[in-house]
Structure formats: C-alpha cells, structure tokens
Design a protein around this ligand. Structure first.
Ligand SMILES: NC(=O)c1ccc[n+]([C@@H]2O[C@H](COP(=O)([O-])OP(=O)(O)OC[C@H]3O[C@@H](n4cnc5c(N)ncnc54)[C@H](OP(=O)(O)O)[C@@H]3O)[C@@H](O)[C@H]2O)c1
Length: 361
C-alpha cells in the first residue's frame, strides 16, 4: 500500500482535469485514485469517457485508463475513496460553490481551480510564493462549515499569473498604477485549434468576465487576514484589457507601471531574479527552482521559446524599460494551464500538505 495521499479529480475528463492527471503522474506525494465527471461520463472507464478528447501532448497515463469514472454529484461515494480532491468541474457558479462545500463537509479538503469561491471571505485564494499566510483563514472557514479537516482553498485566475508575481517582487517600490493588456491562449477556454477553427489567424478582443478578474484578483492576493477573513488591498489600481490570440498555451501580458518610489531598472531586475517564497524554501515537488527569469534579449519572452520555462511553473519577463507616460513597462509570460491552472493548484496542495492542512483521512 502506497503512503501517498489519495487524490480525486472532480472534472477529470475536461481540459484542466486532464492537466491534473498528467501533472500527478509519478507525483511523489499524491496518487490519483478517483476520477469524477458528469453523469455523461460516469460508469465508463476513464479511457472510454475521454475518448478522442485527450488534449495533452503526453499520452494518457496507464494508471488512470481503467479507473471507472464516478459522478461528481455522488459526493459521499467519491469522498469515501480519497484524502482530498482537486476541483475542475464546469458547472454554474452556484452549483460549484455548493458542491465544493459539500465535499469539504465530508472532511475532504478541496483545492479548486474554479472561480466560484475566489471571493468567499474565508476561502484562501493563494499563489504560494505570494500569500501563503492567507491559508490561516482555513481555521475560521472550518468553524463556519462545522468541519475538522474539510475546507476549500482556491487558486486565482490564469491571466494574472504573468504580472501579479512581478508586481509582488516590486512591492517595496509601491506600485500605484498598473495598465495591463493580456494576450491569452485558446487553451484558457478549454479549447484547441481543432475545436475552435475560428481562432486560426484571428484575434477576438473579448473574454467574458476576464477583465474584472484581472483587475481585482491581484488585490485579493495582496490583501490582509483580518478577523478571519481576507480584506483586499486598495493599491495599485489596475486597468486591464484581455484579448484572445491564436496561441495554444501561454498567456502574455504587456504592462505599464507607475511607482510611489521609482526604482532603477537594475533594482527591478535584481528583485525579480531574487524573488522566492515558501515553495522554494521548502523545496516542494512542483516548485520552480527559479520562479521568475529575466530575459535580456529584445525579442523575449516568446511563447514558443519560453512557455515551458521551469516545466510551465515559472514566469518569464523581458523588455523592461523606462516609459514616457508611466515609470516602467515590461512583458510577462506564463503557462496558463500549468502555473495558471492545474500546476498552480498542485503547488497549493503541496504547500497545504507541508503545513499540515491536508493529511491522510
Ligand atoms: N482551461 C483553463 O485554462 C482554465 C483555467 C482556469 C480555470 N478554468 C476553469 O476550470 C473549470 C474546468 O475548465 P475546463 O477547461 O477543463 O472545462 P472542460 O474541458 O469543459 O471540462 C469540464 C469538466 O466538468 C465536467 N462537467 C461538466 N458539466 C458537469 C456537470 N453538470 N456535473 C458534473 N461534472 C460536469 C465535465 O465532465 P464530462 O466530460 O462528463 O462532460 C468535465 O470533466 C471551469 O470552471 C473553467 O472555467 C479553466
């Protein structure tokens, strides 16, 4: 019997679910023992349920092919087989909120990729290098839910991952105004070019709900724990445009920043390359060794060259230069379905395990 924690994936047949399955193959701490999806997939083997929908570059892991898919809505049954779950189901926000809390109430921690609970005051939304102290609200959430071990923790939206870590590294210089434009990959919508031919040689200047998330979620990451809830930060003010571009994986951000205490370019680069946090200090299995790389070449970061930096868990930054209207501008890039989705959630779960929040049942 393995001493790894037993993991279930809710929404295992979808794009993000598949990414979880791939990332957890051979994971040293976690073993996928249960896969769950809609009633359409329940009762089939994972291989049958996914069929031609497998979207990863690597083959489907043998260990999951024959697992029989359970129904996400059979909460007690799924929960009985696992120590914790990752959530990547696509349902309405209210349904996701309810089902994630239902799992927590069975004493099953839920680490979610979904947006439904990102603004629930006692649910931590964490990038482990930025705000691991927000996990402290879990104790208060457990009191509300009446649980001993069960809780919900979430990761933020994929689009902010290309600039929020950068602005965090520069916190001492007090960024006050940020203008960001994100150029977002089609996998962020769960699609490939095969499923979305309209995106070939095209740009669509609208991604529903994304601009508000891109402007507001960084403020929650930089917020403080007060009286058992997260109070969001007031600054910097962020305005954002989010654009869908014909790229499979990788969200790029072009960003302008104004600071209260304007630094030099050398200071900014120094803070980027020296930025690290709890995952690096604890040497967690999915932690990038170097979280942010700075690229000196004028034509970097590029999606094709840099999206897989640190196995998709790092952030690449380049083109940092002074600006005539703002203080500085730069370009950031991160992998939206690895660091921006499943990989970010796996790193949250590793941090939660290392800090004793997730244990064997
Ligand atoms: N793609 C990204 O990069 C990304 C990034 C951040 C957040 N997200 C969010 O992550 C979630 C999943 O995204 P995705 O791109 O992986 O979606 P997807 O490919 O459409 O997969 C959706 C998954 O949810 C299951 N599902 C759908 N309706 C259900 C229902 N009524 N009851 C139970 N299960 C149901 C599906 O099961 P069946 O196969 O049985 O239908 C499938 O496993 C969404 O909330 C999305 O907004 C996605």
């Amino acid at each position: 019997m393995s001493d790894k924690l037993r993991v279930g994936i809710l929404g295992a047949t979808g794009m993000v679910g598949q990414r979880f399955i791939s990332l957890l193959e051979e994971h040293p701490w976690f073993e996928v023992v249960t896969v769950a999806a809609s009633a359409r997939s329940a009762g089939k083997t994972y291989e049958e349920a996914v069929g031609g929908r497998w979207k990863m570059d690597t083959p489907m892991p043998e260990a999951v092919k024959k697992l029989v898919v359970m129904n996400v809505n059979e909460v007690e049954k799924v929960a009985a087989s696992v120590d914790f779950v990752f959530s990547a189901v696509d349902m309405s926000k209210d349904e996701i909120k309810a089902i994630e809390e239902a799992y927590a109430k069975t004493e099953t921690p839920v680490v979610s990729n979904n947006s439904a609970h990102r603004w629930t005051p006692d649910v931590p939304m964490v990038v482990p290098e930025i705000n691991p102290e927000h996990f402290e609200v879990i104790e208060f959430q457990k009191k509300r839910l009446g649980t001993q071990k069960g809780f919900v923790a979430v990761k933020p939206n994929c689009s902010i991952q290309s600039y929020a870590p950068v602005l965090t590294a520069w916190k001492e210089f007090e960024p006050v105004e940020v203008v960001a434009t994100t150029y977002q990959a089609i996998s962020g919508a769960g699609k490939t070019f095969k499923d979305w031919p309209e995106m070939v040689e095209n740009i669509i200047p609208y991604i529903g709900g994304e601009e508000e998330k891109s402007e507001q979620e960084p403020l929650r990451l930089w917020g403080k724990v007060e009286d058992g809830v997260i109070k969001k930060a007031a600054l910097p003010v962020i305005t954002c445009q989010c654009i869908r571009v014909p790229v499979l994986n990788g969200h790029t951000a072009a960003v302008f920043v104004k600071f209260n205490k304007k630094p030099s370019k050398e200071e900014l680069i120094d803070r980027l390359v020296n930025f690290k946090g709890v995952p690096q200090e604890l040497d967690l299995p999915s932690a990038p060794k170097q979280f942010i790389q700075y690229l000196e070449e004028d034509n970097r970061p590029q999606v094709k060259a840099d999206v897989d930096y640190e196995k998709g868990m790092g952030v690449s930054v380049g083109r940092l230069r002074e600006d005539t209207v703002y203080d500085f501008k730069f370009v950031g890039l991160s992998h939206n379905t690895v660091r921006g989705a499943a990989g970010g959630a796996v790193l949250c779960a590793e941090t939660l395990k290392a800090k004793g929040y997730i244990t064997a049942k």
